[in-house]
Write a protein that binds this ligand. Structure first.
Ligand code: PLP
Length: 356
């Protein structure tokens, strides 16, 4: 464990906030005044630097650029009604980060560096958390291999960083989705359950093909039979069928265990749904649609929270949904946003205070 004394904080002389407003900012484009940076060398994590946001100077032989040992997380901070900064379920992301690190043969990050480092950084830049509805501060922890050597082997050196990006309002229009039967995102035994950078790069071609056909995203199916649904783009997926809510289980290791997925399961149960985590085939979905009991289909993830699906295309069969009449997806979204923005009591203990 590293004591708080090993955090070295260097503040900016003048905040960039003086030159900008936090209203209507696009996702991922602007960054706050400070960042966190710490190197792993000689088998240990060195002093954590919290310092002015700045470019990195890297060697062209940087291992991560060649062999892809790179992982990340996505978390959000909000201001409650009193203007206090709070982070949504960050400990879940911390645990998942180390699961990703293990799978990519990277060192574990100590809880103190991830959690206390994030808290200190967000506290320092808390003026960057927009107070407006549907706005938030996106937190991006990441780690990559940093040996300067182009031999194929796990690196000896790694860099862990956290950067912060104000964002909002994040509107996600109801999506048209193409059920993918050729390309796959993940395979059993693969890295689908890790938040590895390469999973995103590997998904872009299939997504671009679907976009050419006029769709917003793909619904991934399993690698063996293209029969069981997996995830919708980079979101977990839920189907409301009758009085049940069904989402693919995470046992096979091909699905990213989303924090929003877990949160949604809890909220659905509280709303009276029977939630089933199990394999669900595209045939089951088509049957439910034809029987008139497939009421809603939506994706869940930190960036958009809930994204409704208005059209689902499987081969030549098109399923259309009247999202304006939906009850469940909007209710889940509202329930989650109300907790995050401190409009209702946080009975689950999901919000972590930034300052005491
Ligand atoms: C990040 C991610 C999700 C959503 O996870 P959250 O913790 O809810 O943000 C879902 N699927 C994939 C592939 C992801 O990378």
């Amino acid at each position: 464990m590293i004591a708080a004394a090993d955090f070295n904080i260097t503040r900016v002389e003048r905040s960039k906030l003086n030159e900008m407003t936090l209203e209507n900012i696009p996702f991922g484009k602007y960054f706050t005044d400070h960042m966190l940076e710490v190197d792993f060398e000689d088998g240990e994590w060195k002093t954590v630097e919290i310092k002015p946001y700045q470019p990195l100077l890297l060697s062209p032989s940087l291992a991560a650029l060649h062999y892809g040992q790179a992982i990340f997380e996505g978390i959000k901070a909000y201001k409650n009604q009193l203007g206090e900064a709070q982070i949504f379920r960050p400990f879940e992301n911390f645990k998942r980060f180390n699961i990703s690190a293990e799978r990519m043969q990277m060192p574990q990050i100590p809880e103190e560096i991830f959690m206390e480092g994030m808290r200190l950084l967000v506290e320092l830049d808390q003026n960057w958390i927009p107070q407006q509805e549907d706005h938030s501060l996106y937190i991006r922890p990441f780690m990559f291999s940093s040996d300067e050597l182009i031999g194929v082997r796990p690196s000896d050196k790694y860099k862990f960083m956290i950067i912060l990006s104000p964002t909002g309002p994040y509107y996600s229009a109801p999506m048209r989705i193409y059920v993918e039967e050729k390309y796959v995102r993940a395979v059993p035994g693969g890295v689908g359950y890790a938040k590895a950078a390469g999973n995103y790069g590997g998904a872009m071609f299939a997504t671009a093909q679907a976009k050419k056909k006029g769709y917003d995203q793909v619904l991934w199916t399993d690698a063996y039979e293209h029969k069981y649904v997996q995830e919708c783009g980079t979101m977990n997926v839920f189907f409301i069928i009758g009085d049940r809510a069904i989402t693919p289980d995470i046992e096979s290791g091909t699905i990213l265990a989303g924090v929003t997925r877990d949160t949604t399961i809890t909220l659905l149960r509280e709303m009276g749904f029977k939630v089933e985590e199990r394999p669900i085939s595209i045939d089951d979905i088509v049957d439910a649609y034809n029987a008139g009991i497939l009421y809603e289909v939506f994706g869940t993830g930190t960036a958009a929270t809930i994204s409704m699906i208005k059209e689902l295309r499987y081969k030549d069969f098109v399923m259309n949904f009247d999202v304006d009449k939906w009850q469940t997806a909007p209710a889940i979204k509202k329930a989650m946003t109300d907790i995050k923005e401190g409009k209702v009591e946080d009975v689950h203990g999901w919000m972590t205070r930034v300052s005491s």
